[in-house]
Design a protein around this ligand. Structure first.
Ligand code: ZN
Length: 546
């Protein structure tokens, strides 16, 4: 009997050891999320032949690129983009409905990461009174912390506070952003710490930023070889204060004083290089990628956005910015190889939104494009309430193409909010420049499974959003006729790169439609952790090693 029992054990052991075993999971030591602010997908293809082998081409050739990845909500703004990447869901769930919005409970406009309960760490300004408290859900960075019993470090870095704070989540060790003006400093909030770590103080003391502002901004290569952008001197680009022309070279040393001193760094490619310098200092200073646990660096490059806003997608400045950013990226990857080890880190690169071609430029090519006058729109809306309800006091706020109604006022004159909202929709849609309008009630009671109304619905948060939502025509901006912006649900704003690279990532491309909210569930699966708590995206299976 005993003999029989022992031989059974031997047999079972043999059977188990012969069974194909799942490959031992080697988790990355470090995940680096790279968000390139305002990067259109076509910046990968338009400038491809000029990129080096070690930057974009390295991650495109060895990683997994999604060629048809989009934002699936409105509005496509910076804070919303960064939040949706890291929460795996849209404003309907995560609550960051714009950069700034009208808070209908406080009855005032607020900024997404302002929090007066905290103080600035690093200087005496108010620029550090920030936190992620308006973000309702967890992020993939929070989930990593939870899964590792709060071990492993999360650090957020970006020139913009919102781009550092929101991706790093509620449980981050730190988020750092750039304070320009007359002090070139990376600062933080008392939400994270009592004082800056020594490596940040040391970095701030290097005054490296002075070096970057001592040189004029000229093109990296001979400007005659920049064949993927329009003539340098044109009427579609903005100028720095003090410039007479939009052309290269931009004389940074002499423009500095009139353009906010160190703030000028934000709107030149060196702003990206300087961000990468700080990211490298963070990796060394915090020993990222060196422990038994997985660390996360949430990194955002914003100069691409400032430059895009000023000069537009067709400009020589944008072409030069991406050729230079390609070098910053190559440099960062080779730094990660040395510091963390090849194959020991995972990178994803994406953008928080794209941008429209300058509408005036499109008009010059006979492509329909529009400029909408916000004050005219407001006057038109007030005229409707005056005509049908004999009052101009029914509107509390108009912002982000949303109208917030004053419920008390409306009821005091014997109407309901729904009656006013419905009348507004009926009339507003006839305005020049407005393509669609819907009531919040419609978004609450119908389901739109695709198209622009689906995007509007995904961006609509019942607790926070307005009572009437408007959608302008494609290629519509408010404001001046130079430079560009973003915010719509049209493909020029929604189509962005998603490239995964490194540990756990398959190599290849996909032309299938994916949404930006698929990134967080995919990274969560790669790390074998739970997805963020309200994630609605799906795992991009083909991008992961099986
Ligand atoms: Zn942005």
């Amino acid at each position: 009997m005993k003999k029989y029992f022992i031989s059974s054990i031997v047999l079972i052991t043999l059977f188990l050891s012969c069974k194909p075993q799942k490959k031992q999971l080697q988790k990355p030591k470090l995940v680096v999320g790279i968000v390139v602010d305002q990067m259109r997908y076509d910046y990968l293809t338009r400038f491809y032949s000029r990129y080096s082998e070690n930057g974009f081409k390295r991650i495109l050739k060895n990683g997994f690129s999604l060629e048809n990845a989009h934002y699936n909500y409105i509005p496509t703004y910076t804070a919303v983009g960064h939040t949706s990447i890291y929460t795996g869901t849209t404003p309907a769930n995560h609550g960051i409905i714009s950069n700034n919005w009208y808070d209908k409970y406080l009855k005032k406009s607020i900024y997404c990461v302002d929090d007066s309960t905290y103080t600035t760490i690093g200087n005496l300004s108010n620029a550090g009174k920030k936190s992620p408290f308006r973000l309702f859900t967890s992020t993939v960075t929070d989930q990593l912390k939870l899964a590792q019993n709060m071990r492993g470090k999360t650090i957020g870095v970006g020139i913009k506070d919102r781009s550092a704070i929101l991706p790093a989540g509620h449980t981050a060790d730190a988020a750092y952003w750039f304070y320009g003006k007359n002090d070139a400093q990376w600062i933080s909030s008392s939400f994270y710490m009592d004082k800056l770590p020594k490596w940040v103080v040391d970095f701030n003391n290097t005054k490296k930023v002075d070096e970057y502002l001592k040189q004029p901004w000229n093109t990296l290569y001979d400007i005659k070889t920049y064949t993927n952008s329009i003539d340098d001197d044109n009427i579609f680009e903005g100028k720095f204060i003090g410039e007479n022309t939009t052309s290269f070279p931009h004389d940074i040393p002499s423009l500095r004083a009139q353009n906010g001193n160190f703030n000028l760094l934000k709107t030149i490619p060196a702003g990206n290089t300087y961000t990468a310098d700080f990211a490298k200092a963070a990796i060394i200073g915090e020993n990222l990628g060196k422990s038994e646990d997985t660390d996360f660096l949430a990194l955002s490059f914003s100069s691409t956005d400032y430059i895009g806003h000023k000069f537009g997608p067709a400009s020589k400045e944008i072409e030069d910015t991406y050729l230079r950013f390609d070098k910053d990226l190559a440099d960062l990857l080779s730094f990660l190889d040395k510091q963390v080890g090849k194959d020991k880190y995972t990178v994803f690169l994406t953008a928080d939104h794209a941008a429209v071609h300058v509408p005036a430029y499109l008009q010059s090519l006979k492509i329909p494009a529009h400029y909408l006058n916000s004050s005219k729109l407001k006057a038109g809306i007030l005229a409707i309430t005056q005509k049908y309800f004999n009052s101009v006091e029914l509107i509390e706020n108009i912002s982000n193409y949303q109208i917030f109604l004053n419920k008390e006022k409306i009821e005091s004159i014997g109407f309901t909010k729904d009656q006013v909202a419905e009348k507004l929709v009926e009339e507003i849609v006839e305005f020049e420049g407005i393509y669609k309008a819907v009531t919040a009630k419609t978004l609450q009671t119908s389901h739109f499974s695709d198209g622009i109304l689906n995007s509007l619905q995904n961006g609509y948060n019942q607790k926070l959003s307005g009572d009437v939502l408007m959608v302008p025509y494609p290629a519509t901006l408010t404001g001046g006729r130079t430079g560009t912006s973003h915010g719509s649900g049209y493909s020029y704003d929604t189509h962005v790169p998603i490239i995964f690279y490194g540990n756990g990532i398959a190599s290849g491309i996909s032309k299938k439609r994916y949404n930006i909210i698929d990134i967080a569930p995919t990274i969560a699966n790669l790390l074998q952790i739970e997805a963020p708590n309200s994630a609605t995206g799906k795992i991009i299976e083909e991008a992961l090693h099986q």
